[in-house]
Ligand binder design. Structure first.
Ligand SMILES: Cc1cc2nc3c(=O)[nH]c(=O)nc-3n(C[C@H](O)[C@H](O)[C@H](O)COP(=O)(O)OP(=O)(O)OC[C@H]3O[C@@H](n4cnc5c(N)ncnc54)[C@H](O)[C@@H]3O)c2cc1C
Length: 496
């Protein structure tokens, strides 16, 4: 019998498997897809020679999180590429605020608010490791809070208690600088005016300025391949095309899984799966407290994701020069524009002027496209439920029009485009329910002790020997591997 089974080969599953294998346990990862890696994969989606990231593309966390650092993925061939500008936030009026790692460049790049952002960025740079230890450890990290110190905690509270717009208006004078943190928060489902909403956008901005929005050479699959290589070095294995339908439970304890290939027994099971799916579809209801079933039925998913990948005849002809050097560009005119966009998505409407996150991997990694050609990775947030069969081309056209506004001549450079609507995301990866890329809403009501639900927020479940290690657990979405890392450490703590 195996010591451990991990369901799902996303970054959290693979990190969990690595930690358990490193501790000497026999581990097997079971993946329902024929491709390994969950939302961390790359493929030729458009034309031969153009490598596109099917999900995640930029990795401020993957280079900084304790989980990833502990695995030394550089030692198994993973290489990072970084841009000169991390995140550019242009508007049609020609203004742009950009995050750069070189703090001396901020006076030029941060739309007149460079000195203020430099203070914030310098503080985060100095306290980065302690801050990450605090935010990424299992709740409640009292030791990490102590190490972080009272003054730093107060400073963090000023951010955490603000909305994105409120925090930005207190700190910056220009509209361009004020749209940066709220623009980043919309990587999740947090709007500029959401209570206690500043933290997510702030964290992404802070990491961009310390670690950068790095991209892995060769495509995002390079991260997955490195995680698998490390796992195999430690004796672990990954089986693809094997879907787990059910957790086998005897007298309140998990003893294995039922798969499309038959039953497999193991001492413990770590699930890199969606929390509602685990509790509502994969476990016998009779083995669970009714409160667990009730809270999973009330679970809030984040916005849907609508993605377009482009093969281009040349780089995007941006009007603002920072964008031409940026790893990531965000389209969103102002906080009013972002707030309007959020209202439309929440009302279930298809936004006329979509907010966009645009990734330019091929600018910094020449292995992504043939010589002289480029890729563009792009997503917007959308309602999950729309008549997508009728609307996908229309919405992709709106996305192209928005890019064209910021980069006249863009459309002429498009050689091919590949659309991924919410149902397409969910079909290939069952964790992306309704196209939600975040493992559930990132609103405060579903964070910390409430992720995915109270009191099961520390990776253990009501079933002994069964652990939840996906992004549906704390600290949530992002390729940091910390959900799997923390879950695996819970396994090891329970064995000792
Ligand atoms: C379009 C998109 C863009 C993103 N951009 C970024 C970004 O730029 N930077 C960033 O840091 N993060 C980004 N993210 C988020 C990031 O990819 C996720 O937070 C991360 O992949 C979560 O990892 P995970 O291991 O929890 O789950 P996943 O990566 O979703 O992997 C889960 C795996 O489990 C498998 N699985 C599920 N159920 C079963 C079952 N019953 N049996 C067997 N296998 C099963 C799935 O097939 C899947 O392979 C993005 C995500 C998407 C979708």
């Amino acid at each position: 019998m195996l010591d451990a089974l991990v369901i799902g080969s996303g970054p959290n599953g693979l990190v969990a498997a690595n930690v358990l294998a490193r501790a000497g346990m026999s581990v097997r990862v079971l993946e329902q897809n024929t491709a390994i890696g969950g939302a961390v994969r790359s493929r030729e989606l458009t034309l031969p020679g153009f490598v596109h990231d099917v999900g995640a593309a930029f990795f401020p966390f993957a280079t900084s999180s304790p989980a990833m650092r502990s695995l030394d993925l550089g030692g198994v061939g993973l290489e990072w590429c970084k841009a000169e500008v991390e995140s550019a936030h242009p508007a049609l009026d020609g203004s742009c605020a950009s995050i750069v790692r070189n703090l001396d460049e901020l006076d030029r790049s941060f739309a007149g608010d460079g000195p203020e952002w430099r203070k914030v960025a310098a503080w985060v740079g100095k306290e980065r490791d302690k801050l990450l230890a605090l935010l990424l450890a299992p709740p409640v990290p009292l030791g990490a809070a102590w190490q972080f110190g009272a003054m730093n905690l107060l400073r963090l509270a000023e951010i955490g208690l603000s909305s994105g717009r409120g925090w930005s208006e207190r700190h910056f004078k220009s509209e361009a600088a004020r749209r940066v943190v709220p623009g980043l928060a919309l990587h999740t489902d947090i709007g500029p005016d959401d209570e206690l909403g500043a933290a997510v956008g702030f964290m992404l901005a802070a990491l961009a300025s310390c670690d950068g929005f790095a991209v892995p050479r060769g495509g995002t699959s390079s991260i997955t391949n490195a995680l698998v290589r490390r796992l195999e070095q430690q004796g672990g294995t990954v089986v693809s095309g094997c879907s787990v339908d059910e957790i086998l439970v005897r007298r309140g304890r998990a003893y294995g899984v039922r798969t499309t290939e038959g039953d497999i027994e193991a001492g413990v099971v770590v699930a890199d799966v969606a929390a509602p799916t685990l509790y509502l579809n994969m476990l016998p209801e009779a083995d669970l407290p009714s409160s667990v079933i009730a809270s999973m039925r009330r679970f809030h998913h984040g916005f849907g994701t609508f993605k377009v990948d482009f093969a281009l005849d040349g780089p995007v002809p941006w009007s603002h020069e920072d964008c031409a050097r940026a790893a990531v560009v965000h389209a969103g005119e102002s906080n009013a524009d972002l707030a309007r966009f959020v209202r439309e998505v929440r009302a279930g409407e298809l936004p006329e002027q979509p907010y966009l996150v645009l990734g330019q991997q091929s600018l910094i990694d020449d292995s992504r496209a043939p010589p002289g050609k480029h890729t563009l990775w792009c997503y917007s947030r959308v309602p999950s439920q729309r008549p997508w069969a009728n609307e996908r081309e229309l919405f992709a056209d709106r996305i192209e029009a928005r890019i064209e506004g910021l980069a006249p001549g863009f459309k002429r450079r498009v050689l091919a485009r590949h659309i991924t609507a919410p149902p397409d995301l969910a079909r290939t990866n069952p964790n992306l329910i309704g196209g939600d890329l975040g493992g559930g809403s990132a609103q405060i009501g579903q964070q910390l002790f409430f992720r995915p639900m109270f009191p099961y927020f520390r990776y253990r479940t009501p079933i002994a020997g069964l652990y939840l290690g996906s992004s549906y657990s704390h600290p949530g979405a992002g390729v940091h591997g910390m959900c799997g890392f923390n879950a695996a450490h819970a396994v090891l703590a329970d064995r000792s």
